[in-house]
Write a protein that binds this ligand. Structure first.
Ligand code: ATP
Ligand code: MG
Length: 266
């Protein structure tokens, strides 16, 4: 069995081939010992590990394993998954919305990290919990999908009252910037959570579009587990990226890019 593992800050992603077919699984980082036990019990596996927790995982393995730099693994994996989707992009930006967010330019078959932001999937979970007490990721995204941001966010058009704004009025002028003091006590979990998703999505897409100016392509490929079951985040990122003049693309199984890149390096 050929196994690629991306042990990130929050989730461990595993890609493996068995009898010629490709499989994906993921585990919370708290279950790193369980993943190690699974690998230790495999017969003759070939293993490559990447991600910030790769050192921790490798220290738990009783088998030989290769290690790969995360950004390189992600780049290789994205190329593989693009091919699988029948896409032919060769110059593009990759924005990986993991626990944090990392942005890369791919051209001439090389990747360069353009930057990132600490606003990412970890912010989504952390801020959501602080505001509503909800801890479960699936519950957070489910409730967020039912909420409205109207009472919490301030749009450009709200500031430019009775006057044509110099930028699209639908842009958010201030996330959580509406006049909240009067309504704070009556805001629902759904409203608060959808606004958190809005904050994360708009930050990630704005930073990506700005970073894309350093890359000769305005196609931005979004990956990372923060998009799992999170169609609201996808919608926010898609519409904001388009509004800012770039072209978004969500990669199928994109959250496994690092794991796939590690696997195909073997
Ligand atoms: P990093 O690359 O920054 O080290 P990571 O690789 O662990 O982190 P991802 O797995 O890409 O990051 O994404 C983690 C995010 O995915 C979480 O912060 C959360 O928003 C979201 N997420 C999706 N599914 C889950 C889940 N089952 N449990 C917790 N978070 C989840
Ligand atoms: Mg990661």
């Amino acid at each position: 069995m050929i196994v690629g593992i991306d042990a990130g800050g929050t989730l461990i992603k595993v890609a493996y081939t068995e009898n010629g077919s490709l499989h994906f699984t993921k585990y919370p980082i708290a279950e790193i010992e369980r993943v190690a036990t699974w690998i230790n019990e495999l017969e003759n596996p070939v293993i490559c590990v990447t991600g910030g927790k790769s050192g921790v995982l490798r220290s738990l393995l009783n088998k030989n394993s290769k290690e790969m730099v995360e950004f390189e693994a992600t780049h290789r994996g994205v190329q593989f998954l693009l091919d699988r989707m029948g896409r032919a992009e060769d110059v593009y930006v990759v924005t990986n919305v993991g626990t944090g967010t990392s942005i890369h330019c791919i051209q001439n078959n090389m990747q360069e990290r353009l930057g990132g932001t600490g606003v990412g999937g970890g912010t989504l979970v952390g801020l959501s919990h602080l505001l509503t007490g909800v801890t479960d990721y699936e519950e957070i995204v489910e409730l967020a999908s039912k909420g409205s941001r109207d009472r919490i966010d301030l749009k450009v058009k709200h500031i430019y009252e009775g006057k044509k704004p110099p930028i699209p009025g639908e842009l958010t002028a201030s996330n959580f910037g509406n006049d909240l003091f009067a309504v704070a006590g009556e805001l629902s979990k759904e409203e608060l959570l959808s606004t958190v998703v809005g904050l994360v999505g708009e930050t990630v897409s704005t930073v990506s579009v700005l970073a894309a100016r350093q890359c000769s392509s305005s196609t931005i490929i979004y990956i990372g587990s923060s998009f799992i079951h999170n169609s609201l985040l996808k919608e926010v990122v898609e519409s904001y990226t388009i509004l800012r003049g770039a072209t978004p693309l969500f990669l199928e199984n994109g959250e496994f890019s690092g794991a796939v890149g590690a696997m195909i390096s073997l």
